[in-house]
Design a binder for this molecule. Structure first.
Ligand code: GLP
Length: 241
């Protein structure tokens, strides 16, 4: 299912309504959360819906998709801090049901195995919200990632370092812990968000191009319950074809 929103505002509203409906249907929803600019409108909208008494997160569990490594959760650059700042600090998800990969663990492979176990113990992910990198990454699954991949330590590409950190790239972590493509694909439902003309080429390749590890988001074509919410600008390349 593809929703083409007239604007980023509408995209965020559509995504927020979908999350609200899923929580209404399942109070103990297990929700996967992305960082990035794209979900900011969704997060703001969910916060205001919560403040207006329209959505109750008291039964919800959240799992962040990824985190830089090594990274302290209090570091303002961390995805943990990002999702708290923009969303979790303002809604009532119980603190003991907020999960993120432990990027302070000295043995990252153990932290990743523990994360997979925590997801399994929560009963698996019901819904993951995804953004998409300009190179087709989902979470931090960079081009070339095996579709069978699970939560693990990954090296970030130069492209991602540049996009995410700009001039600060030299002092930023070059590694991350990320849910794998298989971890993501096992969620019962996925919602992919993309906004803006600069995402339109990769959106078109991900949704209509060959399914290949070179475009990790193309794996989503095989998910049985994928909803794509894009604004018109993000469909520019598709329309030009
Ligand atoms: C980041 C994250 C992804 C995110 C993507 C797009 O690096 N690891 O989870 O979806 O890049 O970010 P943005 O929404 O800012 O374009």
């Amino acid at each position: 299912m593809i929703h083409i929103a007239a604007s980023y505002r509408e995209l965020s509203a559509i995504a927020a309504c979908l999350v609200q409906q899923r929580i209404e249907a399942k109070k103990d929803l297990v929700l996967g959360l992305p960082a990035g600019r794209t979900p900011l409108g969704l997060y703001a909208r969910l916060v205001s819906m919560h403040q207006a008494g329209r959505v109750d997160f008291s039964g919800v569990t959240t799992f962040n998709l990824d985190e830089y490594y090594p990274m302290h959760p209090q570091d303002p650059r961390s995805f943990r801090a990002f999702t708290c700042r923009h969303f979790l600090d303002h809604v009532n998800v119980p603190a003991d049901r907020v999960y993120a990969p432990d990027a302070t663990h000295p043995r990252p492979e153990e932290a990743c195995a523990a994360y997979e176990l925590e997801i399994a113990r929560a009963g698996g992910l019901d819904l993951i919200i995804l953004g998409i990198g300009r190179n087709g990454h989902i979470g931090f699954n960079e081009p070339g990632t095996a579709f069978a991949s699970r939560t693990r330590l990954v090296a970030l590409t130069e492209h991602t370092m540049h996009v995410n950190f700009g001039r600060e790239a030299a002092s930023a972590p070059r590694l991350a812990l990320s849910m794998g493509v298989a971890t993501i694909m096992e969620a019962a439902e996925l919602v992919l968000l993309a906004s803006g003309r600069d995402k339109s080429l990769i959106v078109s390749r991900a949704l209509y191009g060959p399914v290949t590890p070179e475009v990790p988001a193309s794996a989503l074509q095989h998910h049985p319950a994928l909803t794509v919410v894009v604004d018109r600008a993000a469909t520019a390349a598709t329309r030009d074809q």
